[in-house]
Each structure stands twice: as structure tokens, then as C-alpha cells.
Ligand binder design. Structure first.
Ligand code: KG4
Ligand code: ZN
Length: 358
């Protein structure tokens, strides 16, 4: 390990422009997040072209502020880590171009980090003693991935969503209920005043792959329930709908995680991604881990939603174990978790080609 390596992280995959400085992989020196939520709110969701333009305006001031707060200059950096995907292509290209420019001008190596992998690594930043192997559930606006992490940078996917991500379902249901964007936090607040047992929404099962998730049926059931009540002129308790929907999401997440803990018997269950900021989700998965005699870790809410600290932490481990990336690396909006074969010294990352390290 490189105990004094300082990494600058840059994150622009969706609607947060973020930069952070992390020393020795897990020591957070600064984390700056400039959110575009207010800009996108009147459209009810992220407008990709506007997101790209806002990233262009913010990325350098945000990087400057992260370096200033950390008391670190570009010359002191050991690497620049940047998200290359998955995400919005125009948004990703802004961060990637900025990172290339910074790395080239400062003669610092660049590491291209997978956004889902970065979410997993938020746990390593938050829990200094944490080491793989572990099982991690990442629940965000774009992904619902249950993976076994065997070693740093090595993953086996145990289950993932076949349609909507958990956060996407939260956002779409919230929108139909007239809640402001982003819907997840607003729906959680509303659910606090509701009865989670009031309405039994159907739970999904993916017949040919019981480890996978599916949330579009649940989302449609909630929307149909609201429309049917409106047509009949019936009063609906929105807090009850929110609480019952949230309970159904939690139940599905707990069911798949429970099966994975039973079959994989990991020492630790980790949770990550924006939906992991939800108190009901955190509480229920902690209880599942306890029931299986498994340790539970989850980052604090500010490291669950998009940030660059998790990118810097993941970048540190990637750099130390697999080396830097070429400055010709490209953004990859549909990137999956990387397939790495460290024994052969070869890393294959979508969109980058293969890099052979001696
Ligand atoms: O990880 P993230 O910041 O961005 C992506 O990589 O997608 O996750 C954003 C998602 C959004 O769908 C948002 O509504 C959801 O996380 N979210 C929540 C909560 N906070 C954020 N969902 C439910 N409850 C919350 N408290
Ligand atoms: Zn994310």
C-alpha cells in the first residue's frame, strides 16, 4: 500500500459536480459537492444537456475548492481519479476531460473509476477497518446491484434489477404523487406519517432468476392505485401510499439480500448508493444482517448519494492494485462493473481497452 498517496477524485456522472481529496485511500481531507437539484427541479428530472453545461461551469471551481479545503496543491497529488461511467455521456465527458487536463498539466497519473464500484468503496472510506470479502447491495437512481466482492476490484454479480432501479421507482412514484424532484427523500419524509401496512402492493419475483430484482410492476401498481382512486373520486392518504410503497421496496431488497447471505455466508453486508440514505432501507437491512449473524456497514447519508470522496477512495485501490489508465480513455455511459484478472496482471475495463501492468 502507498501510505502517503494523495488522490484527487472528480465526479460528474449525473447532476452533482463533485471533487474530493483523500490521503492513503481512506483519510478524507475534503469533499465538495455542487448539486444541480434546483436547476432540474422545474423539469421534474435531470435534463442531460443542462447537466453537462452546469458541470462545465462548476468543475474547475469545485476542484479548486476541494484542494483549498484539503490544503493540498496539484504537485502533491499521487493520482487523479475520475468517474468514466456509467452515467450521462455528456456529463461524464466534462469530468473526464477536466481530469485529463489536470493529470497532463501536473504530470500526475489518471485512474478511471467505475461509478457503481465507487459507491461500494464509500463503505471503505466510512469504515477504516473494512476489508473484502463482503456482499454489497448498491441501490441508486440507475442501479440495483447485489454483488459479492471477493477482493479489491473483483466482483461477482449475485442479482440486479431487470427493469427500474430502486431509486428510479422512488422518483417515478414520487412524481405521480406530486412530490418535488428528487422524489426519494421527499417520499421518505411523507412516509413517516403513513401506515406501511395500509395497502398491500404486489411484490415481484423474477421467475428464471430468483436473485434478480424488479420494481416496474410495483411502480405501476402504485400509479394504478392512485389513478383508480382519482377516477372514483375517493380520498387517498398519500402518507399511507408512500409508507406502503416504501415497505414493499424494503421487503424485496431484504428478501434477495437474505437469500444471498444464506448462500454466500459473508462476514459483512455492505449497503451503498443514494437509496441507502433512506432510514427504512438502512434499518431493515441492518436487521437482516443481524438475523444472519453478519456485520453490517453503511456509509453516512452524505457518502451514499453521489460524491467524489468515494471516487478518490476507489481510485486509490485501483491505482495501487491495477495501475493507472491511459489519457486516451473514453467515457462509457453503459459501463458495467469491471472484469479484472489480477493474477494475469491484466485489467479489462469497458471503454478503455486492456492495460497490461508489469
Ligand atoms: O447514488 P445517487 O446519488 O445517484 C445515482 O448514482 O443514481 O442516487 C440517487 C437516487 C435518486 O433516485 C434518489 O431519489 C434516491 O437516490 N434517494 C433516496 C433517498 N435519498 C436519495 N431514495 C429514497 N430515500 C432517500 N432518503
Ligand atoms: Zn450514484
Amino acid at each position: 500500500m502507498c501510505d502517503d498517496l494523495i488522490v484527487l477524485g472528480v465526479e460528474t456522472s449525473c447532476d452533482e459536480t463533485a471533487a474530493a481529496v483523500v490521503a492513503s485511500g481512506r483519510h478524507l481531507l475534503s469533499s465538495v459537492v455542487s448539486s444541480q437539484i434546483e436547476v432540474h427541479r422545474r423539469f421534474g428530472g435531470v435534463v442531460p444537456e443542462i447537466a453537462s453545461r452546469k458541470h462545465v461551469e462548476s468543475v474547475i471551481p469545485v476542484v479548486d475548492e476541494a484542494l483549498r479545503q484539503a490544503g493540498v496543491t496539484m504537485r502533491e497529488l499521487g493520482a487523479v481519479a475520475v468517474t468514466y461511467g456509467p452515467g450521462l455521456v455528456g456529463a461524464l465527458l466534462v469530468g473526464l476531460s477536466a481530469a485529463k487536463g489536470l493529470a497532463f498539466a501536473s504530470r500526475v497519473p489518471m485512474v478511471c473509476v467505475n461509478h457503481i464500484e465507487a459507491h461500494i468503496y464509500a463503505n471503505f472510506l466510512a469504515h477504516p477497518g473494512l476489508e473484502p470479502p463482503l456482499v454489497c447491495l448498491t441501490v441508486s437512481g440507475g442501479h440495483t446491484d447485489l454483488v459479492a466482492m471477493e477482493a479489491h476490484g473483483r466482483y461477482t454479480v449475485l442479482g440486479r434489477t431487470r427493469d427500474d432501479a430502486a431509486g428510479e421507482a422512488f422518483d417515478k412514484v414520487a412524481r405521480v404523487m406530486g412530490l418535488p424532484y428528487p422524489g426519494g427523500p421527499a417520499l421518505e419524509r411523507l412516509a413517516r406519517d403513513g401506515d406501511p401496512e395500509a395497502i398491500r402492493f404486489p411484490l415481484s419475483r423474477v421467475a428464471d432468476s430468483p436473485g434478480d430484482f424488479s420494481f416496474s410492476g410495483l411502480k405501476t401498481a402504485v400509479i394504478n392505485y392512485l389513478h383508480a382512486a382519482e377516477q372514483r373520486g375517493e380520498h387517498v392518504s398519500l402518507p399511507d401510499v408512500a409508507a406502503s410503497f416504501q415497505r414493499a421496496v424494503v421487503e424485496e431488497l431484504c428478501d434477495r439480500v437474505s437469500n444471498a447471505l444464506r448462500s454466500h455466508r459473508p462476514a459483512t453486508l455492505a449497503l451503498s448508493g443514494g437509496v441507502a440514505a433512506n432510514g427504512a432501507v438502512r434499518g431493515a437491512l441492518r436487521a437482516v444482517a443481524e438475523a444472519h449473524g453478519v456485520a453490517f456497514v453503511c456509509p453516512p447519508p452524505e457518502l451514499c448519494t453521489d460524491n467524489a470522496a468515494m471516487v478518490a477512495c476507489a481510485g486509490y485501490y485501483q491505482f495501487v492494485n491495477f495501475g493507472p489508465c491511459e489519457l486516451s480513455a473514453n467515457a462509457c455511459p453503459g459501463a458495467d462493473l469491471p472484469q479484472r484478472r489480477p493474477s494475469a496482471g491484466v485489467e479489462v475495463t469497458p471503454g478503455h481497452g486492456a492495460h497490461v501492468h508489469s
